[in-house]
Design a binder for this molecule. Sequence first.
Ligand code: 5RP
Length: 225
Amino acid sequence: MDMKKLAGDKAAEYVKDGMVLGLGTGSTAYHMVNAVGELVKNGMKLKAIPTSKATEAQAKELGIPLLTIDEVDHIDLAIDGVDEIDPQFNAIKGGGGALYREKVVATLADQVMWIMDESKLVDKIGAFHLPVEIAQYGSKQAMKQMEDYGFHPVLRVKDGKTFVTDNGNYIADLHLGAGFDIDDVYGKLTGMLGVLEHGLFLNMCKRIIVGCSSGEVKVIENSGK
Ligand code: 5RP
């Protein structure tokens, strides 16, 4: 049972003719992008903004008409994956390193929907590392600041090299532990010198779609949005 595919396919049911869509990044979003590609193939008229170069390449391959973030005057619906989410809809995103573009698109979207397998549902977020996108210039200073706050940052490395985001920056992964003080960390990271954006997405989504090992797909609405 591919729980990520279950969620990705279900998400496509919320895509309507004429929409401007935000297309997320990651292994769950991959299935959703395929499903959106199928809608386009079947004649649906929509336009989309990808949140990473990887999603852009996939969408182009599928013939999904694309726009850049600066070409749109609105986004109807952003659909994306998530790394961890608690019952208050506080989430950690950015496991794939696309958190900046994902946050821009989610912030501008009329509605945000996240898709996931059931492992992403947690009581308290923080067991998963919190990704923070930092400028290369002065990155050691930013790391030191986060260390001094007790955030246990680790510079992300991929294939033996420092990981560089689509925006040309580094990622610091913070090891905070489940149950960390969300408001405190959010406050300290927001506006910190050298920090472009962080992966705390607090109460931003309207709905989550969860693919379960039983084969069930749960749709959970956020009544606070
Ligand atoms: C990428 C993300 C992803 O949405 C998140 O990491 C979930 O990925 P996956 O669906 O592969 O588990 O935030 O930056």
